[in-house]
Design a protein around this ligand. Structure first.
Ligand code: ADP
Length: 157
């Protein structure tokens, strides 16, 4: 059976920290689905179509990587994709506490789905989409924190 992992997140925008987690997890799985959680109530910074396009570009359309959008519960989405693994990155102790509660709840809901955590590499620990958005919002240069994309105006507002 194919080992499929879902990497869920807002990815608003997708950062080099996210990219590193996916690249390091690739040897563990046959396929990784980068799944953008969509919530119509939640304000978004970059349109979801743009986020999909930039993530795809970042992995050069690698067939082992799928990019998708989902709504509702992550475990339900995993079932529709036959994914038995949820991939998440851990930066700090705060991340751990937050992730622990979600992963244990998910386990209670669907026992067969395992959450897998990779520790962030030290150089990516401080990168958050929130800070990257702030830099962009104020016209700063955030290029070192996001994967390079073809459109030079991609992240300009
Ligand atoms: P969410 O809104 O679900 O927290 P994010 O897009 O912020 O979504 O993050 C998705 C996943 O990527 C989470 O597991 C998060 O811990 C991880 N992540 C975020 N930033 C980094 C980073 N700099 N390095 C490694 N993992 C990260």
């Amino acid at each position: 059976m194919e080992r499929i992992a879902v990497f869920p997140g807002s990815f608003d925008p997708f950062t080099v920290g996210h990219q590193s987690i996916v690249e390091r997890a690739l040897p563990l799985f046959d396929k990784i689905i980068i799944a953008i959680g969509y919530n119509s109530e939640k304000k978004q910074f970059f349109p979801v179509e743009k986020r999909i396009q930039w993530i795809k570009e970042c992995f050069n359309n690698d067939p082992r990587i799928e990019v998708d959008v989902y709504g509702g519960l992550t475990v339900e989405y995993c079932k529709t994709k036959n994914a038995l693994f949820i991939l998440r990155g851990l930066r700090t102790a705060a991340d751990f506490e937050f992730e622990r509660a979600i992963a244990q709840t998910n386990k209670k809901m669907v026992y067969d789905i395992e959450s897998i955590f990779l520790l962030t590499t030290p150089e990516h620990t401080m990168i958050t989409s929130t800070i990257v958005r702030d830099i962009m919002r104020h016209g700063g240069d955030a290029s070192q924190f996001v994967p390079a994309v073809q459109d030079p105006d991609a992240y300009k507002l």
